[in-house]
Write a protein that binds this ligand. Structure first.
Ligand code: ATP
Length: 320
């Protein structure tokens, strides 16, 4: 019997999703499977939006950000009616397994399908890197590199004008982008949602810099930190007695050509998902530890808490 599999991308788009779609499609076809691309995430499952993929459909996409399958946030999928419709369409199309590519919400959705008896292989892809069961998710490395490039530019103009700059980056619940780009970008301080901010300490750090003629401090604030960018700007302005610039990076952090790390992770995890299906393995949350693919029972993955490297906040300030 020829195996039939479906692949979808869901939630926020992340650079490297296309490399995962390519790996799943080509490895699947070359392993003798039929691969169906499902459009717009779980919405496509509800709408029956599926098409048979061939090798050429995923040509020339390994280097592109976004997702050629499109993605969506689908509230209907959170309802019993929505899930039942999706399961009905999976069974109608005779799909043996679904590969879902996305973040923590997508993982929760995958779990609902598993509860209905569907085999699901999950591939983590979110720039937030907020999945506790794995060290890296697809898109995180690219997003951090995008932020670091922006910090490099801001550092040059800040240096020329002797200006402190606050840079707001993505991360409503998880400070990983702020933390890792702060470390790599040589920031003076980082604010993240997981840790209470110490504004006085940050002001003292900037003043210490000013006292040794360093007048272009860079503060990186994750959008979910406990003080807003506006309030932080006002507090720092008052504290140092000088003007402060603010930059909100916004959606540009989602775009861009994926880094080699994100492409290779996506490729290895996509290939692993197909192997698991070909060997009739149970539903799995696939991960990556920096070098190798890791595997966790999908039912357990959602319960593993995400831990932040809060110690790195101190290191950022020590090295500034
Ligand atoms: P990102 O981290 O980039 O935001 P994500 O996968 O976490 O990605 P969400 O919008 O949270 O993005 O989730 C994607 C989709 O997964 C939702 O739009 C919804 O269709 C489905 N989903 C989320 N939570 C649940 C849930 N509890 N039950 C069923 N489906 C869910």
């Amino acid at each position: 019997m020829i195996k039939r599999i479906g692949v979808l991308t869901s939630g926020g788009d992340a650079p490297g999703m296309n490399a995962a779609i390519r790996a799943v499609t080509r490895k699947g076809i070359r392993t003798g499977m039929e691969v169906y691309g499902i459009g717009h995430g779980y919405k496509g499952l509800i709408d029956g939006d599926m098409r048979l993929m061939n090798i050429a459909h995923v040509g020339d996409i390994i280097h592109r950000g976004g997702t050629v399958l499109k993605t969506a946030r689908c509230e209907e999928f959170k309802t019993d009616k929505g899930i039942d419709k999706a399961v009905e369409n999976i069974n109608k199309a005779k799909l043996d397994s679904i590969i879902t590519i996305g973040g923590d919400g997508t993982l929760k959705g995958a779990l609902e399908l598993v509860k209905k008896g569907i085999n699901v292989q999950f591939i983590p892809a979110t720039i937030d890197n907020d999945l506790g069961y794995c060290a890296y998710s697809i898109g995180f490395d690219t997003a951090v590199n995008t932020v670091v490039n922006a910090v490099n530019g801001i550092r040059e103009t800040g240096m020329s004008h002797d200006k402190t700059t606050i840079i707001e980056v993505m991360g409503r619940n998880c400070g990983d982008i702020a933390l890792m780009s702060g470390l790599a970008g040589g920031a003076d301080a980082v604010l993240i949602p997981e840790v209470k901010s110490d504004i006085d300490k940050i002001i003292d750090k900037i003043k210490e810099g000013i006292s040794r003629q360093k007048k272009n401090s860079i503060i990186i604030r994750a959008e979910g930190a406990d003080i807003s960018t506006e309030e932080l700007t006002e507090e720092i302005k008052k504290g140092i007695g000088e003007d402060v610039r603010t930059v909100i990076l916004g959606y540009l952090q989602r775009g861009g050509s994926p880094t080699a790390l994100d492409r290779n992770m996506a490729t290895l995890m996509g290939s692993e998902a197909v192997r698991l299906i070909s060997e009739d393995k149970p539903s799995t949350a696939i991960g990556f530890d920096g070098q190798n693919v890791t595997l966790v029972d999908l039912k357990k993955a959602d319960n593993i808490e995400n831990k932040v490297r809060a110690d790195l906040l101190e290191l950022v300030m020590t090295l500034a």
